[in-house]
Ligand binder design. Structure first.
Ligand SMILES: [Zn+2]
Length: 129
């Protein structure tokens, strides 16, 4: 089921084109409008696809290439100490815009008290181990 057909898709909107920071044939990059940290980027396929697992291999490769370029750009502009990379797939996993988007979240020493476990923190009680 494609939830974006019931209302306007945020990532299919034409106005988004003015905000692109990087682009290739299959995908593009924007800065997140509500960044969890300075430099938080989204890597988004141009084709409207809801789930990461429904992307074709060209799109996966194109997104990965932009992930590397975005990492370089964010490093130059924000000089972070680390990164988290993540994709939410499905409402149960926290997906709120049903058009694939990969988060590149720069991390800075001291941005949270104890970062150990990183994305394991999607289940807060299970982050530290
Ligand atoms: Zn869309």
């Amino acid at each position: 089921m494609n939830k974006c057909t019931t209302k306007k898709c945020l990532f299919c909107e034409e106005s988004l084109r003015q905000k692109l920071v990087l682009e290739n044939d299959e995908a593009f990059v924007i800065f997140d409008e509500f960044p969890v940290n300075p430099g938080h980027c989204l890597i988004i396929p141009k084709r409207h696809v809801s789930s990461y697992f429904d992307l074709n291999s060209e799109e996966v490769l194109a997104m990965h290439q932009l992930l590397l370029e975005a990492k370089k750009l964010v490093t130059e502009q924000f000089n972070p100490d680390g990164f988290n990379i993540g994709v939410n797939v499905g409402e149960a996993a926290g997906q709120s815009v049903f058009h694939v988007h990969m988060h590149l979240i720069p991390r800075y020493k001291g941005d949270i008290e104890n970062p150990r476990g990183g994305i394991r923190g999607v289940i807060p009680g299970k982050r530290s181990y």
